[in-house]
Design a protein around this ligand. Structure first.
Ligand code: 5AD
Length: 366
């Protein structure tokens, strides 16, 4: 426990955590020690961002993707994925459902497509959602790498947050997970572009990847700090059987993946304090209470799926994605109960922008 006593003192004294501290956090294994770690992170969360959960209803707009990432089920060369793209009317119907149920914000996510037709389609959808909700729904985009002009157009049309995971902040590890034409430098440039345009900018990584060490994960946490990011969406890597990376993960230990995911959330909260951190669906795929455990380790955002049930089975980034047969109403009720069970409340009707964005001088509060 000596390390955790020291850590508690450091947190009380508002001292910066060092890379060695982060490494020690990620190496904790003992259950009692882990509980103490999560409690420390929870106290920091309570103090900096409060204990209310912000919702972003996620609409999985399309699984058509020009990328070929080795880990992802909707990669371009997976022939088993039945490709779809929702119509503007279908997206609007889901956005309306989220608005009527008082979800403060939406996420529009899709595979990466950069055609001028798609850029214009998203632009039109954004304007439609803003109009339908009288400007009251916050919109996060998660649509991959795009040109600065595209980011600007979508920002002007109403997107104000953007999530683009760096996936692995170490360029060599990144290169092992992607074909040669997926360039790390370009992804990094996109994150800078997003900030320049004025988005609240989020990034994240996959945790527990083949070839990934604890030092890589420490590097990921430091990367978040160096990039001064506002939001983190990160989660455990989960094998998808129809992808090349599956062959490199001969033993898949869900408990290890879950634990590592929770430790990363706790470490990120302790290091970064005022950012938004999502308890991602991948946690829920590993444990029925995965998202609640994420909240208890320091996360403060949940992204409930509001995609039409008919499309859910085709948007499988990894094995056993949860709630694919559940409709949005069932997802909402299940979530409400589980959030109440850990003594937190849902901040209905609020955008829930990351405090960090305002603390860094990123913009005026809407
Ligand atoms: N396991 C976990 N996360 C995955 N993603 C893609 N494939 C997987 C997988 N097999 C994540 C990526 C991407 C996000 C939308 O989903 O990090 O950025």
């Amino acid at each position: 426990m000596a390390f955790l006593d020291e850590l508690a003192d450091k947190i009380d004294g508002e001292q910066e955590l060092t890379p060695a501290d982060l490494k020690s956090i990620l190496e904790l294994e003992d259950e009692a020690e882990l509980h103490r770690l999560y409690a420390l992170a929870y106290a920091v969360k309570r103090r900096w961002v409060g204990c209310r959960v912000f919702l972003r209803g996620i609409i999985e707009v399309s699984n058509i993707c020009s990328k070929d990432c080795y880990y992802c089920g909707i990669r371009r060369s997976n022939p088993h994925t039945q490709r779809f793209r929702m119509s503007a009317e279908e997206i609007m119907a889901e956005a309306r459902w989220a608005f009527e149920h008082d979800y403060g914000s939406l996420v529009l996510q899709s595979g990466e497509v950069s055609s001028s037709e798609y850029v214009a389609f998203i632009e039109q959808v954004l304007r439609g959602i803003k109009e339908m909700s009288y400007g009251r729904l916050g919109i996060t985009l998660s649509l991959g790498e795009q040109s600065e002009e595209t980011y600007r157009r979508w920002f002007a049309a109403g997107g104000h947050r953007y999530l683009l995971r760096i996936e692995a902040s170490d360029p060599q590890l990144y290169a092992q997970l992607h074909p040669a034409d997926h360039r790390y430098a370009e992804r990094l440039e996109c994150l800078k572009r997003l900030r320049r345009v004025g988005y609240q900018t989020g990034t994240g990584v996959m945790i527990g990847l083949p070839g990934q060490t604890i030092d890589h994960l420490v590097g990921d946490l430091l990367f978040f700090r160096t990039m001064d990011i506002d939001m983190i969406g990160m989660g455990p890597y989960i094998v998808h059987d129809e992808t090349p990376l599956a062959a490199r993960m001969t033993v898949f230990d869900p408990d290890r993946q879950l634990k590592l995911g929770l430790k990363m959330i706790a470490a990120a909260r302790l290091l970064l304090k005022d950012v938004n951190i999502a308890a991602t669906t991948a946690l829920q795929a590993l444990h029925p209470r995965g998202r609640e455990l994420g909240l208890q380790a320091g996360a403060n955002v949940i992204m409930p799926n509001v995609t039409d049930t008919q499309y859910r089975p085709s948007y499988q980034l990894y094995r056993n994605k949860p709630a694919i047969n559940e409709n949005s109403e069932q997802s909402r009720l299940a979530l409400e109960q589980s959030v109440a069970a850990i003594g937190e409340t849902i901040a209905y009707g609020e955008w829930g922008d990351p405090r960090h964005f305002f603390n860094r001088g990123g913009g005026s509060r809407a």
